[in-house]
Design a binder for this molecule. Structure first.
Ligand SMILES: [Zn+2]
Ligand SMILES: [Zn+2]
Length: 94
């Protein structure tokens, strides 16, 4: 039997679960309440485990190099991000 690390009693369901620092609840309760697993904010897209804000942050980190490259060519942050999005979409569809 594998012991769960940092297991605690979830205040929402009462189960012995690993609690998220963001909400203090277990993953299931956090998801069921429609909250983001990363920041605990209200998640506008329940099919995703993270809110738009967190996914946007991660996306920016992931694509920071490309965005910076476009900005060095004189693009604004918004246009640079739009350009990278278009590029990524093209890559996926290729
Ligand atoms: Zn729970
Ligand atoms: Zn979030």
């Amino acid at each position: 039997m594998v012991a769960i690390e940092h297991a605690d009693v979830c205040p929402s369901c009462g189960g012995l679960e690993e609690l998220l620092a963001s909400t203090g609840w277990c993953v299931l309760c956090t998801k069921n309440s429609g909250l983001c697993l990363s920041c605990g904010r209200v998640n506008g897209s329940p099919r995703q485990s993270e809110c738009w804000f967190c996914r946007d942050q991660k996306w920016r980190q992931l694509n920071a190099d490309k965005i910076e490259l476009y900005m060095m060519q004189g693009m604004s942050l918004t246009s640079a991000m739009e350009q990278v999005r278009l590029e990524n979409r093209a890559l996926r569809e290729a």
